[in-house]
Each structure stands twice: as structure tokens, then as C-alpha cells.
Design a protein. Sequence first.
Length: 231
Amino acid sequence: MQEENSNTIQESAENIENQTPAVMDVPKKSNTNTILTIANAVLFIGLVILYFLVLSPEKNNTPNYAVMQKMASGGSVTVAYVNSDSILTHYELVKSMRSELESKTTRLETELKKKQAAFEKDAAYFQEQVNKKAISEASAQEIYGQLMAEQQKLYDLREQYSAELSKQEYDLNLLLLDSLNNFLERYNKRMNFDYILSYNKGGSILTANDSLDITNDVLRLLNDEYSAAKK
């Protein structure tokens, strides 16, 4: 697609250059020639601006056709979209948040497993003593009550940790959403799209035109800002 668009721009420029002499050969008044010269100059400047805004070669970048659509819209509604799956995979802030959440989850799970193992050891020892009739019935009832209380504590702790992790995940999602919204508001002050949509597999948008995808540009700028903020 990149080659087709580049060829189209090049052919348009060549057609303009081929047509210009034919117009200039027709006898015109001097002020008409001046107007044509100014028009050609404006066209040339426009092509230069188009090149640097859209087609200027950058490392690991492809032409941003959504930007081209915006420049060529002539006042019509313009739309772009961001692939949210790619954002969740490649945005460094998401990677950091995911690592933080996974680390805490592992720590809490390890702690629960240790407590569970200690409880099971005490319960097994109690059962062994009961089978041997090594303790009185009164002591057995007392120890049994203690074990049941300990088991309930484990259940409560598991629920507490689960709620804690769910809240942290929710807070991190809010942070991510706020980060994206804040960035896109600033980004769109420069781009002036009418709509920037979120696209992901299985979402409400079933298919999308790749030429409207601004994900790579958004990701690059997001990660640049994140890296700068960490310094």
C-alpha cells in the first residue's frame, strides 16, 4: 500500500509538471502568468509539507495514511482508530503495571500456600493423635475448634487477598485509561480527528481499514513520554 500511495503522489506531481507547460504556452496576460506561478509555488510547498508530515522516512515508521486522510478530507468527518490489543501488549506502562501485579499475586499466593501447608500439617497431626487416642475427648474438641477457626482465617485471608488484587487491577486499569485519554486529548489537538476509536479482536467493531490505524504512532509517542517520565 505504501508503494501504491507513493506512486500515486509521484504520478500526480509528474502530471502537474507535464500539464504546466501546455498552460504556459497559451498566450495570457502577464497577471495570469503570475497567478499560475504562485499557484505552482503553493502546490510545491503543499507537496513538501505533505512529505515531511506524512511520508518523511523515520526509523521503523510507515506512512501514516490516517494523517493523509485528515489532510485530504476537505472538511468531511475524519476517523482514526487505535488497536487496544497492541496497546496492552506493547505500551511500556502496561508492561510495568502487569509486572507489578503479577509480582504481588505471586507473593500473596506463596504466603497463602505456606499458611495452608502449616494448617494441613496441624490437622494431620491432630487426626493422628485422635486415632491413637493419645488425647482426651475434651482436648480433642478444643483442638478441633481451634483448627476450624484457623481454617476460617485462611478462607477470610484468601478472600481478602483476592479482593486486594482485584482492586489493584481495577486501579491500574483506571490509571491506564486515564493515561491514554490524557495523551489522546493532547494528540488530537494537533491531529484534529473527529473520532478516535478503539479496535480489538472480538470487540464491537468487526473490521477496520488499516489506512485509519494510528496505533504505531500513538504507541511510539506514549513510550517516548513514559521513558522520559522515568528519567
